[in-house]
Write a protein that binds this ligand. Sequence first.
Ligand SMILES: [Zn+2]
Ligand SMILES: [Zn+2]
Length: 206
Amino acid sequence: MEGGCGVAGGTEGGKKQQQQARPQFGRSLTYHHHQGHRLLPRWRRPQLADEPRARPQAVVLYTTSLRGVRRTFADCSAARAILRGSRVAVDERDVSMDAALRRELQALLAARGRAFSLPQLFIGGRLVGGADEVRQLDESGQLRRLLEGAAGQDPAFVCDACGGVRFVPCPACAGSRKVFDEEEDRALRCGDCNENGLVRCANCSS
Ligand SMILES: [Zn+2]
Ligand SMILES: [Zn+2]
């Protein structure tokens, strides 16, 4: 009986010691974890790269970088500049870089009974319109209200993963558009990239 009491007392004392020691140990571990995480380059932090996808109000601007039609090119630049001035993060989709993006916009406009034209702005999945609509909304102050739920971004921001091009060479085929199929013993068209051997930059596109 006496021995049992002694053991119980000893256990009690041991528990107290552990409880006191634990928080300090925990803090130390957390501190080291954060230090290590901060050293990773921005594109290697998955939770940050995934953030734009979770934003409720995606700002998507379809543009072209082809100068074939001067008016269209100037309109794209004007819409881009207005959004940049609004200090919001824009997912710019250059349809001249990717035929799939052109088809995507064609389908979105056709579903709304609109003819194909560039640029086109969508906020939170809703079609806002082209350069004239963006200009008018900006001048009347309504654009600011429409962009209230959008993610902010410094106008000087340049994506360090793609340099602002929004596309990077396909990692699966290194931009060659061909991958070697061992079963068929021949090179096949890479299924990951577009007609230019590019994939959209995961760091700045949603
Ligand atoms: Zn990028
Ligand atoms: Zn590829």
